[in-house]
Design a protein around this ligand. Sequence first.
Ligand SMILES: NC(=O)c1ccc[n+]([C@@H]2O[C@H](COP(=O)([O-])OP(=O)(O)OC[C@H]3O[C@@H](n4cnc5c(N)ncnc54)[C@H](OP(=O)(O)O)[C@@H]3O)[C@@H](O)[C@H]2O)c1
Length: 356
Amino acid sequence: MTDFLVKREDLRECRIVESDVPELAPGQALLRVDSFGLTSNNITYAVFGEAMSYWGFFPADGGWGRVPMWGFADVERSEADGVESGARLYGYLPPSSHLVVVPADADENGFVDAAPHRAALPSTYQRYLLTDADPFYRADTEETQMLLRPLFFTSFLIDDQLADDGLVARGPIVISSASSKTAIAAAFMLSQREGVDLVALTSQRGAEFVKSLGVYGRTITYDEIEALERGPATFVDIAGDGAVRLAVHSHFGDELVHSMTVGATHWEEFDAGGTVLPGPSPTFFFAPDRVVKRSEDWGVGGLQTRVADAWHPFCEWTGGWLEVVRGTGFEAVQSAYFDVLEGRVDPKTAHVLSLQ
Ligand SMILES: NC(=O)c1ccc[n+]([C@@H]2O[C@H](COP(=O)([O-])OP(=O)(O)OC[C@H]3O[C@@H](n4cnc5c(N)ncnc54)[C@H](OP(=O)(O)O)[C@@H]3O)[C@@H](O)[C@H]2O)c1
């Protein structure tokens, strides 16, 4: 069994560990992790590893951690009722060759991992979905599912919340790190709403790519914020860059209607930019909380159906620009991890990795 470990105190340190594949106890199943996607979102899991317990999903010893990923796995052996070996699953996985799970609530859709160390963690991350019954699944889009499905889910919920709160009609929606996959998916959804004015905020590096996507109304770079017209506006902060956040808040001041913090792509600068922010206090957007709300409103099935219906056109559209970079083994995983950690990934590319 192979594990890719990251030092929890220093995300720039990583190593590979080999061990025997564990024997199964009754009630357990052994998953063979086929492949997983790696984007900035996974770095945020590491950055908030302690604060939001992301290290708790796939524990490792001695100050090391396994950064959670989304991907596909096959059931290699099963001692659990209702879980057949050979079944293929989508879900939350460690950057490892294998994972032992304790399946519960197994049915034709999949199961949840009831391992005791995961019990207190958000339920969104506990479910393993059988590809045969999964409305998102198509065999020829597995790579896109690994890379974009969890981000799309978040973006669907961001779009839904902004519309639900009436913010789509209250001035421009300014989205930072507009070249990120999460921002692009949110813009794809928002752009279908009538009357929306979408402003992409990005780096010089990302500007041409962002314009070429055609989902934002305007694209401006971080040094052009002051050129935006003043008035009511909503800020969707995908990047967590303190200086950008301060610039946007200072520019719009009290006219800023809402400031939503989605991620910490700029993980080393998240707190920078001064403590006193003009305008409304930023609100952290935690997708699992919104999932709980919409699951109550629409039912779990109703939410899944809505997201899956929106997913397929998006997935097809990304086929026109997304370039998937495949890598296998420790060197490839380490190199991709460092590239994403240091923000060196060309926005139109994304990594799909495997430790098999
Ligand atoms: N709150 C939630 O529930 C939730 C859920 C999903 C995702 N998210 C967050 O959304 C964010 C985007 O994730 P993603 O996977 O979509 O990102 P991604 O596609 O990997 O984003 C790449 C973009 O982010 C910027 N960037 C990346 N690393 C950087 C660095 N080290 N320094 C400066 N800029 C950097 C660049 O954008 P520009 O050049 O355009 O600035 C880059 O093009 C993450 O922070 C993620 O955690 C949050």
